[in-house]
Write a protein that binds this ligand. Structure first.
Ligand code: NDP
Ligand code: 2IT
Length: 448
């Protein structure tokens, strides 16, 4: 779907010129601007206020050196990032990704998407993202701690509980958040809710660990029900085997589905009897091992090298929960050919534009990342609330609120899509509904 509105065509051209060598960022902006075409036509006041021009430019981008000493006494240097994209509706909020593929363009695409996602949660959070090209894989706890302390030694001056509140993402889990929190507290001499995803003994929220995966299934369940379906008896393929994938597997199974596959960056497992999650949790959460080791405990399962092959497994529902652009046009066509009717995104931007084209051509239900995976940041928002009131809520209370938020996100996507004549296009609905709240706030606050 190419842009026709000349103003948006020119804006996208400017974004491309201004951000060379950042294909993921251009991809994310292109998708959003395409969805917003009917909004630009109907809301000349927002065009006039320069909202579109301003929203595609980060408010602030911070890049810094992260030096640390490895276990052999050798000095290592990584690059740290924090992109504070938009603070119109609340403090910057978004995760920290630690992965060797991280560069500015990845953090910018994630920060840009976070604006709309956070807006959809109904909570007051702006958009931001950060991270580093540090690879936690194969590092000792001591090395990870020294890296996290060095990272925070620069980051601390740019963040704060009312300014910018980072959290986890790929490669950043409870261990890393703990080390970063400790260093922030030491540098500032202040105990505050500056990070979310904290341990339960120092201000973390119950159900934050489960939130993204559970939220993904709550959203998908809503989308299924609105279209006369449910998880009951369905075969589900989930990519990844990290935080999001594990808790998506748990909830999908609880809702009556059978999850038959999971993966990591080396390969995927297929277990026709349904994944035994205790085995996966032991491998990934306790031993930090590889998904291949599943076969040691379940020899009847299959392991295949390479991660793309997972999309050749016949399924009713696909939940990509690993990384960006993991489903291309070819994989999407294979999913469709094998009878898959639903794709909901646990990862950020896991579907290429060609894959999304295939979903629509085949009339598959498509739950876009900004809506479907918003449960993680939503519970981060609830963690911030609990920290502010210095109380902690029960698991049931947080989980109940999460469910309510995911329902309201689906309703917002559904009704925005209908309002703009795009019924059933939840991607357009998510982009439009997420945008409108931020846009009204930006207009009201003047040119800043
Ligand atoms: P984890 O680090 O816990 O797990 C990531 C999983 O994805 C691992 O199985 C990893 O395999 C795999 N993976 C990562 N990068 C690649 C790659 N380049 N190619 C193939 N596989 C890869 O991260 P999360 O589960 O937290 O994050 C997964 C996705 O969900 C990301 O897109 C993240 O942005 C998104 N997300 C996360 C939220 C959260 O609260 N954590 C909230 C919303 C979205 P390996 O171990 O081999 O690297
Ligand atoms: O992509 C995401 O929404 C996250 N990684 C979670 C961000 C957060 O602040 O909890």
């Amino acid at each position: 779907m190419a842009l026709k509105n000349q103003y948006l065509v020119d804006l996208l051209e400017t974004v491309k010129k201004r951000n060379p060598g950042e294909p993921e960022f251009i991809q994310a902006v292109t998708e959003v601007l395409e969805s917003l075409e009917p909004v630009a036509e109907r809301r000349p006041d927002l065009v006039e206020a320069g909202v579109f021009d301003r929203i595609v430019e980060p408010e602030r981008q911070i890049m810094f050196r992260v030096p640390w000493v490895d276990d052999n006494g050798k000095v290592q240097v990584n690059r740290g990032f924090r992109v504070q994209f938009n603070s119109a509706i609340g403090p910057y909020k978004g995760g920290l990704r630690l992965h060797p593929s991280v560069y500015l363009g990845i953090i910018k695409f994630l920060g840009f998407e976070q604006i709309f996602k956070n807006s959809l949660t109904t909570l007051p959070m702006g958009g931001g993202k950060g991270g580093s090209d540090f690879d936690p894989k194969g590092k000792s706890d001591g090395e990870v701690m020294r890296f996290c302390q060095s990272f925070m030694t620069e980051l601390y001056r740019h963040i704060g509980p009312d300014c910018d509140v980072p959290a986890g993402d790929i490669g950043t889990g409870a261990r890393e958040i703990g080390y970063m929190f400790g260093q922030y507290k030491r540098l500032r001499n202040e105990f505050s809710g500056v990070l979310t995803g904290k341990g339960l003994t120092f201000g973390g929220s119950l159900a934050r660990t489960e939130a993204t995966g559970f939220g993904l299934c709550y959203f998908t369940d809503e989308m299924l029900r609105a279209n006369g379906m449910s998880f009951e008896g369905k075969t589900v393929v989930i990519s990844g085997s990290g935080n999001v994938a594990i808790y998506a597997t748990k909830k999908a199974t609880e809702l009556g589905a059978k999850v038959v596959a999971l993966s990591d960056s080396n390969g995927y497992i297929y277990d026709a009897n349904g994944i035994n999650l205790d085995v996966v949790k032991d491998i990934k959460e306790v031993r930090r091992g590889r998904i291949k080791e599943y076969l040691d405990a379940v020899p009847t399962a299959e392991y295949h090298e390479g991660c793309r092959g997972i999309w050749s497994i016949p399924c009713d529902i696909a939940l990509p929960c690993a990384t960006q652009n993991e489903i291309d046009g070819e994989s999407a066509a294979l999913l469709a050919k094998n009878g898959c009717k639903v794709v909901a995104e646990g990862a950020n931007m896991p579907s290429t534009p060609e894959a999304i084209e295939v979903y629509f051509q085949n009339k598959m239900l498509f739950g876009p990342a900004k809506a479907a995976n918003a449960g993680g940041v939503a519970v981060s928002g609830l963690e911030m609330s609990q920290n502010s009131e210095r109380l902690s809520w029960t698991f049931e209370e947080v989980d109940g609120k999460l469910k309510g938020i995911m329902k309201s996100i689906f309703a917002a996507c559904d009704s925005a899509a209908k309002e703009f004549g795009l019924e059933g296009n939840y991607m357009a609905g998510a982009n439009i509904a997420g945008f409108l709240k931020v846009a009204e706030a930006m207009k009201a606050q003047g040119v800043v």
